[in-house]
Structures are given as C-alpha cells and as structure tokens.
Design a protein around this ligand. Sequence first.
Ligand SMILES: *[C@@H]1O[C@H](CO)[C@@H](O)[C@H](O)[C@H]1NC(C)=O
Ligand SMILES: *[C@@H]1O[C@H](CO)[C@@H](O)[C@H](O)[C@H]1NC(C)=O
Length: 315
Amino acid sequence: MRNLIVIAFACIVATIMSVEALAANCSKTYKVVSGDTCSKIASKAGISISKLISLNSQINAKCSNLQVAHKLCLSTTKSTAGKTTTTTKKTTTTKKTTTTKKTTTTKKTTTTKKTTTTKKTTTTTKKSTTTTNTKKTTTTSSTADPTSAELVYNYGLTVQVSSQSDFCLFLPSSPGGKDDNNGKVDVEAISKSEKNAVAFCLKNSAKAPGARTLPTTLIKTSYYFKNITAGYVQVTGSFNPAAWELSSQDGGGQYDNHGKGSPPNSMCYGYRYYVGLIEPDGGHYCMRCCNHYDDCHAGRSTFGCKRVVDNGVYL
Ligand SMILES: *[C@@H]1O[C@H](CO)[C@@H](O)[C@H](O)[C@H]1NC(C)=O
Ligand SMILES: *[C@@H]1O[C@H](CO)[C@@H](O)[C@H](O)[C@H]1NC(C)=O
C-alpha cells in the first residue's frame, strides 16, 4: 500500500515534470509512441531533428532517451507569431495592389470616354463637310496607344508606313497633275494638289483603304526609321519624278493633317499626325507619322524634307 502511494506520487511528479519540461510558449505537443525516433517525429512534424532537440531540452543530443508517453514540443508560439505576421503582410500587399489596379482602371476608362466623345464630334464634322462622291471607310484602330485610338481613316486619303518596302505617299491624282491643268503637265503639280492629292502605296494594305498603287519605277531608295521612344515612324529617300510625269522644275509641297488637312481628312494609319513632302526638283520625298504634334513639324513649310524630317536619309 505504501509502495503504491509512493509509485503514484512518483508518477504525478513525473507527469508534472514532463509537462513543465515543455516550454511555456509551446504551441504544439506530441506524445511519444512505441517505435518513435527523433527522425520519425521530426519528419511527421515537418521540422528538422536539431529543431526538435532544441525545442525539447529533455532529449539528449543523440536522441537516445525518448520515452513512450512523454510529451514533446513540436513548435512554439514564436514561429506561429511569425507566420501570422507574414500572412498579415501578404494581405496588406494584396490590398495595395487591388487599390492601385482600381485607380488605374478608373483613369483609363475616363481617358477612353473623353477620346470617344472627341472622336464622335470630329466624325460628325467631317461627314457634314466631305463631298459625297468620295467613298468613305471608317476604321477603328486597335492599337493600345490611346493617342492613336479611334482615329478616322478615309478611303483613298489614308497612308501608312510599315517598312522600307511597305509604305504610302500622297501624290496628285493624275500624272503631272494634268487633269487639273487642261491636260498639260503642271510645273506646280505638287503644291496645287495639296487639296486633292490621294494616297499611293507600294503594295495593297488594309491600313490604307482605297489607296492606289505607286508607279513601279517611282521610288528609287527608301529608308525606314521608327522612333519608339518619341512615337513616330518615317520613310525618306529619293524618287524618279518622271515616273508620275512630274516636272523636274516642280519645287514640291507639303501634305499634312494639321488643321483641316492637306488634303482634307487625310491621315496616316495608327498615328494622329503626319507630315509628308514630295520634292520633284530635288528628287526627294519624306513621310513621317507621329503620335505627338511636335514631332510632325507644324506649320506649312517651305523648308523641305531635309528640315522637316531632318534625321532622314535622302541618298
Ligand atoms: C520559448 O520559451 C523559452 C523559455 O521558456 C525560451 O528559452 C525560448 O527562446 C522560447 N522560444 C521561442 C521560440 O520563443
Ligand atoms: C528618338 O526620339 C527621342 C525622343 O524624342 C530623341 O531623343 C532621339 O534623339 C530620337 N532618336 C533619333 C535617332 O532620332
């Protein structure tokens, strides 16, 4: 009887001691079962053996004193606290991202709406002023750039510049401007066609609806350049005026879409602005299409290609 009491007391003390051996900050406990090794316990708990030993000071360095039914600590509140902190941080980040996205979306929507409104007004104006014998096509650009979004491209009045072998220019609609000069070559065919020139391209392009094909021998050289930073594209080079019966005395002229446009309602696909010059007397041409007004040098110019598109090649 007395022995029993002693054993019972010893058990209670042992239990208390083993409980006390667990750190007060222990958040996850484990009861050792028969056959357990530190390696098994650690791998089940997803921690390293050294971590297991460090969490349980009662286990010796070789882990040779595991005892069945003893409680071990598998993790402490500190690591749990760390996890909580991480979660909180992640949540905060997510919220921030969401907020930013929302703001951006709102801004974009506003811009689009503004553009649409402006464009609608422009379209209406153009419809009322354009003569009816011109077949019209309205295309909407799908380019991501908001400055080139929803521009109006008129049939036969739209050029495009895609590469040195795929571009368009404006030229008088008849060779040498003869149709507007009693059947004779007009020495000022270019400047006189600033109101009724039409688009001519090296090849057919969906970006230049209704454009005609350039006479095959007209273009002698072409140099393409795209300035992505500035948002413009250009083609420059030399041409053979005789291929369109243009006079070698013709001082040339400028086509652009500043103001009402010369020719009116003309456009370069994918860009809000363009400026192009044809100079039969020098045998040079240039065409630049821009997102920004300042890059397509404003104002009617007598300076010529070498000043208007000054980084062009004219060899
Ligand atoms: C848990 O508490 C013990 C003391 O009881 C301390 O030595 C240990 O660093 C604590 N561990 C963590 C992870 O907070
Ligand atoms: C491209 O445009 C940028 C910005 O306007 C300008 O600084 C740069 O000189 C241009 N590059 C060339 C080769 O013209």
